[in-house]
Design a protein around this ligand. Structure first.
Ligand code: ZN
Length: 191
C-alpha cells in the first residue's frame, strides 16, 4: 500500500477511455494493490474520490470517499468508502444542478458545471459483489466526476470557462454563495 503520484492534466492517460476489468482480474494482487493505493492516495490528498487513470492505470476502477469536514470540500456530505469496479451511471430524471468542482489532476482550478441531480450507479465492489444505489445532489456530482474520469473526461470539459477560478479566488469571490446553495441542496435532496 502506498500513496501514488497523481497524474496531472496534459498526461494522455487522463484522456483515454479506461478498459473494463474482467471478473477474474478483480481478485488479482495487481487490482487489489491498485485499490489499496487509490484509497491511500485519496486519503493523503483529500480528494472526494479518485479514478485509477489518475495514478496512471487505465482500468475502470474508481473510489469515492468523503470524510466529515474534508478540507478540500468541507460542505460535502460524508460518503463511506465506496470502491467501484466497472461502474455504470444512469441519470434519474432530467433535472440538473450547477455544482462547483475541483480535481486532483487539475491543479489550483475550480469551475462550475451542470450535473444530473440524481443518478443510479451500478458497480462491482472489490470482492466482485454487485451493487446498485441511488445518489443525489453533491454526492451524485462526485460519482459523475469519477465515472467521467474513466471515460477520459475532465470537469474542465463540462464547465463554463467563465466560472474558472483559482482556489484562492474561489474562496474570495464564490465560496460563500456556492456553499449556501450547496448546503440548501444537501438539505433538500440528501446524498
Ligand atoms: Zn477529478
Amino acid at each position: 500500500m502506498s500513496v501514488r503520484e497523481v497524474v496531472q492534466i496534459g498526461d494522455p492517460v487522463l484522456r483515454e477511455a479506461s478498459r473494463e476489468l474482467q471478473p477474474d482480474e478483480i481478485g488479482s494482487p495487481e487490482t487489489q494493490g491498485l485499490i489499496d493505493d487509490l484509497i491511500d492516495t485519496r486519503r493523503a490528498t483529500h480528494g472526494a474520490g479518485i479514478a485509477a487513470n489518475q495514478v496512471g492505470e487505465a482500468v475502470r476502477v474508481a473510489i469515492v470517499e468523503v470524510e466529515e469536514g474534508n478540507p478540500r470540500y468541507p460542505y460535502k456530505p460524508p460518503v463511506p468508502l465506496t470502491v467501484m469496479i466497472n461502474p455504470v451511471l444512469e441519470p434519474l430524471g432530467d433535472e440538473t444542478v450547477e455544482i462547483n468542482e475541483g480535481c486532483l489532476s487539475v491543479p489550483d482550478l475550480r469551475g462550475s458545471l451542470e450535473r444530473h441531480l440524481a443518478v443510479r450507479v451500478r458497480y462491482l465492489d472489490r470482492g466482485g459483489v454487485e451493487h446498485e444505489e441511488v445518489r443525489r445532489g453533491l454526492t451524485a456530482g462526485t460519482f459523475q466526476h469519477e465515472v467521467d474520469h474513466l471515460n477520459g473526461t475532465l470537469f474542465v470539459d463540462r464547465a463554463d470557462p467563465r466560472t474558472f477560478a483559482t482556489w484562492e479566488q474561489f474562496d474570495r469571490h464564490q465560496r460563500e454563495q456556492f456553499v449556501r446553495r450547496a448546503t440548501r441542496l444537501v438539505d433538500e435532496v440528501g446524498s
